[in-house]
Design a protein around this ligand. Structure first.
Ligand code: NAG
Ligand code: NAG
Ligand code: NAG
Ligand code: NAG
Ligand code: NAG
Ligand code: NAG
Ligand code: NAG
Length: 448
């Protein structure tokens, strides 16, 4: 009897502790995520595949293992990447005052953009000191969302690592040529530039050589994705209006007030309705070795602790919107269904022997990577994190005993649930992410 009540008491104590820890997490303003946010180089004291927001771990010869299947041979692949480091995509209302005096330097690699057969025109951004709107942009030579020199270097290294596996280790890709490699990007310069960095990393003979990458028109681009889907917008608005979402904004109100005051964003809904913009403007800075924003008038700076809190909240928000919310999987399927359909078509073409390419490479954005990860079911076993710069999802096809199998490798590590899937099943998985009559469904917002 005494033993039983002791057990009961312990159980109650355990429950109470569990309850307290839940409460503490909800009310505590900050938790610190695991990972690296301030350098492309993961410290050697960390595991090689530690989450590094500045430069995601990816496939490389030193850590690559073939599937443990006798005689298996690689026969086809699709791979999707996120671009590498860039300047912030979002600007504070009074951006100039929140940067180091030198601002951002983008004059260290040449920005070509010219009509074939004419002068090899390149552009350089200038920010005239006397410009009346100078307060809205940093000093220096960068536009918003522009790939930096360090981002380009990371892309080159990424290409080298990719090649160290698919050429050097496996001999799957014999050389870099446009007959074997189909490359698709978004229309953002940084995705062309990362594609160029990857290809050059694979084969330095491509320095300055032309190589076609394919894009879709901006308004229907399925990779970003950028096509209209009002039904999806409504759905997302609905699940970002319920406590599962709004609670975290309330719980972190003090943090938000501090950030708003320092960066001049208080009460601007683009900044207060989620932490996306703070996440972007902080990580772009820390990954580039810039200081967190400091307000020149008040002298107040965003603290490391608050930045770490924003990084953790960013993970929560990405996982919620694209993976965990009620209806998130429908939202993801609606907004990335066109891309899932293209991927399914690629693998089907391979199955039926009409695929002309050995590999298809896609260079997209965080919105591409999070949807791909969610749609492939990676968020079922653990919450998804904000896709890091240079994030990578490799879909390898292997042939063994005359049968084809898909193995998915995410951030350099094989995905347990997709370690060896018959290609038919993989195509089914992709097709299950393609809503029927997608265009009509997206446009039909009056029903129900
Ligand atoms: C609360 O935070 C602790 C420590 O960070 C963590 O171990 C625990 O899983 C969290 N609990 C919930 C419910 O998120
Ligand atoms: C990066 O952040 C970590 C953890 O916050 C810190 O220990 C380290 O000194 C920082 N490194 C640089 C280069 O700022
Ligand atoms: C940017 O340049 C302008 C003009 O030279 C200068 O007035 C301003 O203080 C600079 N901004 C910063 C943050 O130093
Ligand atoms: C920008 O980088 C280039 C190349 O590294 C360098 O020559 C130039 O001085 C830098 N500009 C500034 C303003 O720091
Ligand atoms: C999810 O969709 C269903 C069906 O349209 C709707 O009833 C429900 O309220 C939605 N959930 C959220 C959290 O928006
Ligand atoms: C500095 O803080 C003040 C007070 O919150 C704010 O009005 C101003 O916009 C901030 N400065 C910058 C450069 O954002
Ligand atoms: C933001 O809104 C709150 C509540 O309406 C108000 O008290 C506060 O002064 C506003 N802050 C700024 C900087 O406008």
């Amino acid at each position: 009897m005494a033993l039983l009540s002791l057990r009961l008491a312990l159980a109650l104590l355990f429950l109470r502790l569990a309850y307290l820890s839940v409460c503490r997490n909800v009310t505590s303003p900050i938790s610190t995520p695991n990972g690296v946010y301030n350098s492309s180089t993961t410290p050697s004291s960390f595991a090689w595949n530690t989450y590094n927001y500045c430069n995601a771990p990816h496939v490389n010869a030193a850590h690559y293992t073939k599937p443990h299947v006798e005689g298996a041979e690689m026969v086809y692949m699709n791979v999707m990447f996120r671009h590498h480091k860039r300047t912030p995509d979002n600007l504070y209302p009074d951006e100039n005052g929140l940067n180091p005096a030198g601002g951002w330097n983008c004059s260290n690699f040449v920005q070509f953009n010219y009509g074939g057969g004419t002068a090899a025109v390149y552009h350089q951004v200038v920010v005239p000191p006397e410009h009346p709107f100078l307060s809205q942009i940093w000093n220096g030579t960068c536009d918003q969302g522009q790939l930096t020199q360090e981002g380009l270097e990371d892309a080159v290294k990424h290409g080298q690592d990719f090649w160290s596996v698919y050429h050097d280790t496996l001999g799957f890709l014999p050389d870099v040529n446009p007959r074997d490699l189909y490359v698709r990007t978004s229309v953002a310069d940084r995705t062309y530039q990362v594609a160029g960095g990857l290809l050059y990393g694979m084969d330095p003979a491509y320095a300055g050589e032309p190589f076609a990458v394919y894009t879709q028109p901006t308004n229907i681009d399925s990779l970003v994705p950028d096509y209209d889907c009002p039904l999806a917008d409504n759905m997302r608005n609905a699940y970002q209006s319920v406590p599962a979402w709004t609670d975290h904004l309330v719980a972190h109100a003090e943090l938000q007030a501090r950030l708003g005051e320092i960066t001049g964003t208080a009460n601007l809904s683009a900044w207060t309705s989620w932490y996306d913009h703070y996440f972007d403007t902080f990580t772009s800075r820390t990954c580039a070795g810039h200081p967190l924003p400091c307000n020149a008038t008040t002298g107040a700076c965003v603290s490391e602790e608050d930045a770490a809190g924003v990084f953790a909240i960013g993970d929560f928000e990405y996982n919620y919107i694209w993976n965990a919310a009620q209806n998130a999987s429908t939202y993801t399927a609606l907004t990335f269904g066109v891309m899932f359909s293209e991927l399914a078509a690629n693998f089907k073409a391979f199955q039926s022997g009409v695929e002309m390419y050995r590999a298809r490479l896609y260079v997209g954005h965080d919105g591409s990577m999070i949807r791909l990860a969610s749609g492939l079911g990676l968020g079922k076993s653990a919450p998804l994190r904000w896709p890091a710069l240079g994030s990578e999802m490799v879909m390898e096809v292997w042939r063994a005993d005359g049968e084809d199998f898909v193995r998915v490798v995410h951030e350099g590590t094989p995905v347990k649930s997709l370690a060896w899937v018959p290609i038919e099943e993989f195509v089914d998985l992709l097709q299950a992410q393609v809503p029927e009559k997608l265009f009509d469904t997206c446009m039909s917002t009056s029903s129900s």
